[in-house]
Structure formats: C-alpha cells, structure tokens
Design a protein around this ligand. Structure first.
Ligand SMILES: Cc1ncc(C[n+]2csc(CCOP(=O)(O)OP(=O)(O)O)c2C)c(N)n1
Ligand SMILES: [Mg+2]
Length: 570
C-alpha cells in the first residue's frame, strides 16, 4: 500500500495551514517536494519562477499584502542562496514567510558534497526559526512550529530538507501537532492611556500625528483622532494609502521623498504622536517635541528617537479607546496653516506634472496612472527615483501601495505585482519600475505570462539608474557607472507572449495605460522618460547644495561643460 513520505506530509500540512500557492524552481534535492506538490495541485498551486529571488520577493509581497504566510522554495546550494534577498525583504518588513530549501542527503552531509552549503549558517541572520528536518518523525511538529513562529514573530522561518528525508516513509509513531496559531489582542495599560490622554488634552499645542504601516486598517479611528485634536497626519512611505493622500488632514510623506508641508509641520510640532512606525530618518523629526509612541511591538518604542510616553497596543483598538477619551480641540489654526502649505505643495506637484517639456516627464506618467487606476488597485513600487514619482505624483485613494520599505531592494516591483495578482485575481495590479529595477528581475515577467496574470508593468525608462546619478551629484562627484544599455522592453514583452507598448510621446501615455487595462493580459508599458528630472528634496540641506555646486564645478573643469538640469522648477 502507498504510504505518505516526508514531502507528502509537508505539503499536506501547508494545505492545512491554508497555503494555496508556493513559489519556486524545481531541482535535485527538492524533487520529492515537487512531486508531492504535483499530487495535490488541486489544492495548492506551484508557481514556477525563473529566479528564486523573484519567488522569495513575491512570497514577501504576498505576506505584506494579505498578512498570510508567503511560501517559497529552492534547491540546495544555489537555489537556497538565491532566496536570501527576498527573505531579507520579508524580515525587514515584518512579513511572515516560510522558505523551504533542499539539502544534500544526510549520508553525504558534512563532506563538502556537490551543492552542499551550510544552510543553517546561511539563514542564521535572516530567520526567526531555522531548522533542518532530519527525520520524518520530527517533521510534522517542526513544520507546524516553523509556521507558527513565522506568524507569531512576523518573520522568516526556514526549513531545510535533505532529499532523502523527504523520500522517507512516515512512521506510524509520528506525533502530529496542530497546524494552527492562537491570536490575541495587544491592549495598552490604563496607566499609559491616562498619560497619553493627559498629554493630548493640553490645548493650544501643535500636535502632529506620524502614522506608519502599523496604522493600516485603522483609517477611520485615525481620522477621528485627527479631527478631535485638530492634528495633521503625516504618513511614512510604507503607510501610503492608510488615509487618502488628498484628505484635508493628510500632509503626505516625510523625508527625502516627502512633502515640504510635512517637513514644516514637524518643525513646528509641540507634540508628536507616532503611531505604528519606527521611522528611521530622525533628522526629519522635531528637534524637541513632547513625543508619544504607540506600537504593537514594545521593542520599537524609543528605539531611535527620545519618547516621553510609550504605549503598547494595536493601532485600531487603541485609537478607538483613545477617541472616547480625548477632548475636542477648538483651535484649528495650526491645521489650517498646514493645509495651506499642503495646498501649495499640491499646486507645485501639479505644475511639475503638467510642465511643457520635449520629453515625457516621469511626474506626468505617475499622475496619468493615478487618473486611470481603479479604486482598489494594487501598486507594487520598485526602488529609485521611480519611488519618488510614485510617492508624490500618484495620490492614493483606496489603492494598496507596497514596496520593499526597509531593505529597499531593487527589483521588488514586478515580483510584488505577480504576488498581488495571485492574491487578488479580480483587482487591477500595477508594477511601477525603473529600468534598473525591472532589468534585475525581468526574466520573471514570463512567469506572469505563463500563469495568465494580467499585471501591468510600467517601466519608467530613463536609461539610467537615475537616483544614483543624483546621489553622485549632490556628493559633488561626476556621474559614473549609471548609464543603462536597455533592450526595447515593449518588444521584450511581445517576445514573452504578452502585450508590449512603447510610449515616446506624452499624449500616448494615457491611451497606452487604458489599452493595457482593457486588455486584461500581462503587459509592459515602456515609457521613455526624461532622465535628468531631479527628485527635489522638500528642503535642500546645505551640504546637498554645496555638493551640487562642487559637482557643477568639477563638470566644468574636467569636461569643459555644465549640464544644468532641465528646469529647477520647485
Ligand atoms: C539590489 C540593489 N542594488 C543596488 C541598489 C542601489 N540603488 C538604489 S536606487 C538605484 C537605481 C534605480 O534605478 P532605476 O530602477 O533605473 O530607477 P530610477 O532611479 O532611474 O528611476 C540603485 C542602483 C539597491 N537599492 N538594491
Ligand atoms: Mg532608471
């Protein structure tokens, strides 16, 4: 009679945990796992990727979007190594992911065998749970514990399976634990609530709310609080979309990619209320303000910035409690000033988007995407200047915006879109990529084609890694190593069996987006955009100005010419 082996049991357990797809590339040490996936393909889909990094990035993005476990798979040695970057993305963004890696057979382990890599060491830093499964007896409990830990610690669990273990028959005496995790609610202490209320109930103070990703899902509570306090809300980039960008209380983002209004509000804040964020760029926070920090994770409170009152709790339920207790602040003067600043900012952004220019301006492309994106679209954003255009010129209403927030790994955009389309087959999904970022993972565009995922990849093609060019210039250096030799990405899309649209004129941007959206098939829109458009910071720091001046002087001395950016329109 057919008895289940280790691989069958692993896949059964994944199904019991509600995992409905796995990203990976088959091979040697994981052949038994692939066979087990094949046998259960009615319940769990195997998404074969062309590079394991794309699989791991997609698993991370899936977990960020849905809160559910993302799962990826790679063979011993090279496959496992390829997973690493995507796993770090999950680690840094606190996304629950399970990585399954093959390993050489136990008979040859420790003998520098073909494709043998010390996986326990390789994954040591990235994983919250990191085990090699050496016997079928241990397998079910360890698989369950790995997944439980990934959920409980919102991190990466790694399981390495020697090929022979996945082939072993399950023993009769194996103990089966439960594939489940208990969930609780993190609630603040009364005493901490009293302290926050006392601080927030002081009248005539300028209160600024800085909301992060932890505030996702708490839109209503956040807006009620802001309304009661007369406090503007600044959003960190991972929290983009938590409240609509054009909401009268919203001051957009903070920092290099942020808005001038948010910068000014921080300078004027008497009280800063940080909610669900461990914002890293502390130079943009007030020099001195009474600071309250609310986070579900006590380790984040006071980590990088002096905090006067820390409070542990979930954003939604804690803000609901708080809203019952905070007093209504009559004064709207600070809020009105912030809003006026924000109106000015939006006017500037609109003038950048609409500016006449011989080439297509990237700001215009982001705005055109905003115009035609559906309310519940998912935007998966890559890293580079393209992040600035998306942050500032795509005003979210209800769209879900994801990116590699903390690792900021180039190439995350397209795998994120693949995961989004798998998670939400009915929703419109865009990847916003620079040519550098897309180029890193472009092999996996065929994965979208293979699995009929109608993602729309918009490539902001400036034939440069433009963000780095800008960094070089503000450091006072000359541009070096930043040019890209690109293929025609639209032709590439066609060669992959998808739709490809190359856009060289501004008036063709919107029609191309509409055509792509109507086609409901995978598509690349290759938009040739102005390369020298500067992502101006909201406030130019003295060192940046000096650096830029040095760069111009060097250009003049070493190259005999100065290439001023098209227009410094801000
Ligand atoms: C894996 C990785 N390598 C390098 C970087 C450094 N980096 C950040 S942005 C960037 C350039 C992005 O270029 P592109 O995708 O063309 O976008 P653009 O800035 O031109 O809009 C680079 C190289 C990174 N973040 N990740
Ligand atoms: Mg580029």
């Amino acid at each position: 009679m057919f008895r289940k082996n280790g691989a069958d049991t692993l896949i059964d357990l994944l199904i019991e945990w509600g995992v409905d797809h796995v990203y990976g590339m088959p091979g040697d040490s994981i052949n038994a796992i692939i066979e087990a996936l094949r046998k259960r393909k009615d319940k769990i889909r195997f998404i074969q990727v062309r590079h394991e990094e794309a699989g791991a990035l997609a698993a991370a993005a899936y977990a960020k979007l849905t809160g559910k476990l993302g799962v990826c798979l790679g063979v011993a040695g090279p496959g496992a190594i390829h997973l690493l970057n995507g796993l770090y993305d999950a680690k840094l963004d606190h996304a629950p992911v399970l990585a399954i890696a093959g390993q050489v057979d136990t008979a040859v382990m420790g003998l520098d065998y073909f494709q043998e890599v010390n996986l326990s060491r390789l994954f040591d830093d990235v994983a919250v749970y990191n085990q090699m499964v050496v016997s079928p007896v241990q397998l079910p409990a360890v698989v369950n514990q790995a997944i439980r830990t990934a959920y409980a610690e919102k991190g990466v669990a790694v399981l390495a399976f020697p090929g022979n273990v996945t082939n072993m028959e399950m023993n009769k005496g194996t103990s089966y634990t439960s594939p489940q995790i208990a969930r609780g609610k993190v609630q603040p202490l009364d005493h901490d609530m009293d302290a926050i209320c006392a601080a927030l109930n002081q009248m005539d103070k300028n209160i600024v709310i800085l909301a992060g990703k932890g505030a996702r899902g708490a839109r209503e509570e956040l807006l009620t609080l802001a309304e009661k306090l007369g406090a503007p809300i600044v959003l960190t980039l991972p929290a983009k979309g938590v409240i609509p960008d054009r909401h009268p209380y919203c001051l957009g983002g903070l920092g290099l990619l942020g808005t001038r209004a948010a910068y000014t509000a921080m300078q004027e804040a008497d009280i800063l209320f940080m909610i669900g964020t461990s914002y890293p760029f502390t130079v943009y926070l007030p020099e001195r303000a009474f600071t309250i920090q609310l986070d579900v994770d006590a380790r984040q409170i006071g980590k990088r910035y002096a905090v006067d009152v820390g409070i542990v709790g979930e954003a939604k339920s804690t803000l609901a409690l708080l809203n019952e207790r905070v007093a209504y602040h009559e004064s709207r003067e600070f809020l009105a000033r912030c809003k006026a600043n924000m109106d000015k900012w939006w006017d500037k952004m609109e003038s950048l988007e609409e500016a006449e220019h011989p080439k297509i301006l990237p700001e215009y492309v982001a705005r055109a995407m905003e115009e035609m994106a559906e309310e519940n679209a998912v935007l998966s954003c890559d890293v580079g200047n393209v992040t600035v255009w998306a942050a500032r010129h795509f005003r979210c209403t209800n769209q879900h915006f994801i990116l590699s927030s903390w690792l900021a790994t180039l190439g995350c955009g397209m795998p994120g879109a693949i995961a989004a389309q798998i998670a939400y087959p009915e929703r419109q999904v865009f990847a916003l990529c620079g040519d550098g970022g897309f180029g890193m993972m472009m092999a996996d565009f065929v994965t979208a084609v293979k699995y009929d995922l109608p993602i729309i990849v918009v490539v902001f093609n400036n034939q440069k890694i433009a963000m780095i060019k800008f960094e070089q210039e503000v450091l006072g250096n000359l541009e070096y190593g930043t040019g890209l030799h690109n293929p025609n990405f639209a032709a590439y899309a066609e060669a992959c069996g998808a739709m490809g649209l190359r856009v060289e004129r501004k008036e063709d941007v919107l029609p191309a987006l509409r055509k792509a959206a109507a086609a409901k098939r995978p598509c690349i829109i290759d938009v040739l955009v102005e390369a020298d458009e500067l992502p101006q910071p909201p406030n130019v720091m003295v060192e940046q100005a000096i650096g830029y001046a040095k760069h111009l002087a060097k250009e003049l001395l070493e190259e005999g010419k100065v290439s001023l950016p098209p227009i410094l329109r801000l």
